[in-house]
Design a protein around this ligand. Structure first.
Ligand SMILES: [Zn+2]
Length: 335
């Protein structure tokens, strides 16, 4: 008689209780799918929601075409064009945050009428299509290089640099020669910003961008100067006729005397195509040699300096706060 009860109980369990329990579970499992709050949480776990800057309008300067692209896709193209991929991860992450900040700043300050930013490095910041970028990398390293760039952009999603709650004008350059420059000494009056100061960074000298030289014969030097100053005359036997007159606080050249004219350091840099305004003038074997330290205008973050700091164990936030004084790392959606 006991056996009959057991069979009956098993029968009940298999045909009624278990299906009922399973059905209940299914019903419960379906609830979160219809729950709006839960589904938003799930999306933000995987994909950052750029409220105002989901896509940007990129002007291709050679064709004049304006392309609308997701911000972080654009940033991968910028970071891979602006910084060597074999640099440290934290340096590349700093570059990603700097490039994101620079982009938002350009959009907000409307540099271009019909686009947020352009792909010309001398106007906005460098950009290379993935195809162009791949063509310049060794074939076996292309995918892993790109994955490294994507990792740096993804791990800093939504992060920008702010000062008093607004995005900074995040200038950057290749190599500071050991000391960064104030914007007023590069672009003139009224361009100084409190977060851009003279900053020293160790380790800049270990890079190929640190040291360069440009040599001109006396005739070549005169010819270049004549393109701007027709009446130029220099007595090369007189040491006072060709010399640096003064320097900026960062040690860069402020004014140079070329015979009967005085040129600024930045004008001299551009006329003789020097890598920076941090130079010495040396007369050697009848030629004039510019011995140059650093590469670029010298304002804001130095890329090789960022790499040196990363090698010392600094993270991307430390690196950014080293080059930009008094800034915060903020979320772009808080703007
Ligand atoms: Zn531009």
């Amino acid at each position: 008689m006991k056996k009959v009860f057991i069979y009956f109980f098993v029968f009940l369990l298999v045909f009624f209780l278990l299906p009922a329990l399973l059905t209940k579970k299914n019903v419960e499992a379906k609830v979160p799918e219809n729950n709006v709050e839960d589904s938003i949480e799930q999306v933000s776990d995987n994909e950052y929601d750029y409220k105002n800057y989901g896509t940007i309008k990129l002007l291709h300067s050679d064709t004049g075409e304006v392309e609308e692209v997701p911000l972080d896709t654009y940033l991968c193209n910028v970071v891979s064009a602006e910084m060597p991929v074999d640099f440290e991860l934290e340096a590349l992450k700093a570059q990603a945050v700097v490039a994101r900040t620079y982009t938002i700043y350009k959009i907000q300050n409307k540099k271009h009428d019909n686009a947020g930013i352009c792909d010309d490095s001398s106007c906005c910041q460098a950009w290379l299509s993935k195809e162009e970028r791949f063509a310049r990398w060794d074939e076996e390293k292309r995918e892993s290089n790109w994955a490294k760039i994507e990792q740096c952009v993804n791990e800093t999603k939504g992060k920008i640099i702010t000062y008093n709650g607004t995005p900074i004008n995040a200038f950057f350059h290749s190599n500071s020669g050991g000391t960064t420059e104030l914007p007023v000494n590069v672009w003139g009056g009224g361009t100084n910003l409190p977060y851009l100061q003279v900053i020293e960074t160790a380790g800049e000298e270990g890079y190929s961008q640190y040291q360069s030289e440009a040599i001109f014969t006396q005739d070549e030097l005169i010819e270049k100067l004549k393109s701007k100053y027709e009446d130029i005359t220099i007595d090369f036997n007189n040491n006072d006729d060709l010399k640096i007159l003064d320097y900026t606080d960062s040690g860069r050249v402020k004014t140079v005397k070329f015979g009967n004219h005085e040129l600024s350091g930045t004008e001299t840099r551009s006329l003789f195509d020097l890598r920076s305004t941090n130079f010495e003038i040396i007369k050697e074997d009848g030629n004039v040699k510019f011995s140059v330290k650093g590469y670029g205008h010298g304002v804001g973050m130095s890329q090789t300096g960022a790499n040196s700091l990363a090698k010392e164990g600094k993270n991307y936030e430390d690196i950014i706060k080293h080059f930009y004084v008094g800034v915060e790392i903020s979320d772009v959606n808080s703007l």
